[in-house]
Design a protein around this ligand. Structure first.
Ligand SMILES: C[S@@+](CC[C@H](N)C(=O)[O-])C[C@H]1O[C@@H](n2cnc3c(N)ncnc32)[C@H](O)[C@@H]1O
Length: 206
């Protein structure tokens, strides 16, 4: 079996960004965030995994739907430190902060209701391995959402012009192609959008 190695190259890249992420990264409006999250049917007994949570842009918005627990996962200790400063005191034990790589997901099988990948999917170096790990930890009929609060062309222009070789390769496929990849990993795709302002694919574990 092939050994899977923690993605320390992208960890370093995002660590360097962690101090400026909140002022230089995307800042979608509350309405756009809540409209997206409503599609995921988050409610009071749900456990939500926020994959590539960064400094926790989505955390207060996800908590506004009163889930039981959010697991905030990220490669970068620097990003998670910022998240901790902003959100730990307010959300206490219902917010679990986990440094890790989605490819080596250190969570038990079939325990999560919803996995959100916001602004992170193109950075997964092995898409089918990442999707199979997410499928493993989701319960049956658990929801997977891949989302960007911007259009695909914009995302690909930012990544494609990065000074970092790896990031230049981190491009987003059209949603129809991504849907086929997701379906091939054992999900049923329920909704997708790929226009100038929005990109998402929402699927359910079969
Ligand atoms: C572009 S930022 C988006 C952060 C946040 N979701 C947001 O919307 O503000 C991508 C984040 O994903 C993390 N990341 C990248 N690859 C990852 C992986 N394989 N496993 C876990 N986190 C990852 C990075 O460290 C970074 O914090």
């Amino acid at each position: 079996m092939r050994e899977v190695i923690f993605d320390s190259a992208r960890e370093k890249f995002f660590d360097e960004f962690s101090h400026s992420w909140d002022t230089s990264g995307p800042s979608p409006g509350t309405d756009a965030v809540l409209t997206f999250l409503r599609r995921l049917h988050i409610d009071s007994d749900k456990t939500v995994l926020d994959v590539g949570t960064g400094t926790g842009l989505l955390i207060p918005h996800i908590f506004s739907f009163h889930p039981a627990r959010i697991i905030a996962l990220d490669l970068s200790a620097g990003m998670l430190e910022k998240l901790r400063e902003k959100h730990s005191a307010r959300f206490g034990a219902r917010l679990v902060i986990l440094q890790g790589d989605v490819h080596l997901l250190n969570l038990p099988d079939a325990t999560l209701d919803i996995a959100i990948c916001n602004g992170v999917y193109p950075h997964f170096r092995d898409k089918t391995l990442a999707l199979s790990q997410l499928r493993r930890v989701l319960k049956k009929e658990g929801v997977l959402a891949v989302n960007h609060f911007a259009g695909r062309e914009f995302i690909n222009s930012i990544h494609g012009s990065s000074s970092h070789d790896l990031i230049r390769q981190d491009l987003l496929d059209p949603a129809t192609i991504l849907s086929e990849t997701i379906a091939g990993c054992g999900f049923h795709v329920k909704e997708l959008r790929d226009d100038a302002n929005e990109f998402y694919v929402i699927a359910e574990k079969i």
